[in-house]
Design a protein around this ligand. Structure first.
Ligand code: MG
Length: 129
């Protein structure tokens, strides 16, 4: 990961983009996220359908890369260790949504619709977390 972050740092510096404002990078992350979402406008294909659609997968790869590059740009510019923040967040989410509370079969196609998920989410929000 460090090598990858070094590559991003060099990419930014070579173009004099190493002084970008964080707000501009945040906007770019969402703009690219919207481009990723646009690929799915007016369809609701299942996972395997999407994976077998070569044309769609090519577009997804490109837009996902845009989102990730801007996300890494943000982390590098602000001196945030990506591996650390992802691990910290995964630990929090694992604690917040214990795996044993979820019905894996029911959850597979409609994540976020289970009562337990909604209850935990509302509890956390009411506690301001
Ligand atoms: Mg794009």
């Amino acid at each position: 990961m460090k090598e990858f972050e070094s590559r991003i740092r060099a990419y930014l510096k070579e173009r004099s983009w190493d002084k970008l404002r964080p707000a501009d990078v945040a906007k770019s992350i969402l703009i690219e996220g919207a481009e990723l979402l646009e690929i799915f406008q007016w369809d609701n294909q299942e996972l395997e359908e999407v994976k077998s659609d070569a044309k769609k997968m090519e577009k997804i790869r490109s837009e996902l890369a845009d989102v990730l590059i801007y996300s890494f740009d943000m982390a590098v510019l602000l001196g945030i260790d990506v591996e650390t923040i992802v691990n910290e967040k995964l630990d929090k989410v694992k604690e917040k949504y214990p795996a044993q509370l979820f019905n894996k079969d029911a959850n597979a196609k409609n994540p976020g619709t289970e009562n337990v998920y909604q209850q935990i989410k509302q509890q956390y929000r009411s506690e301001g977390k």
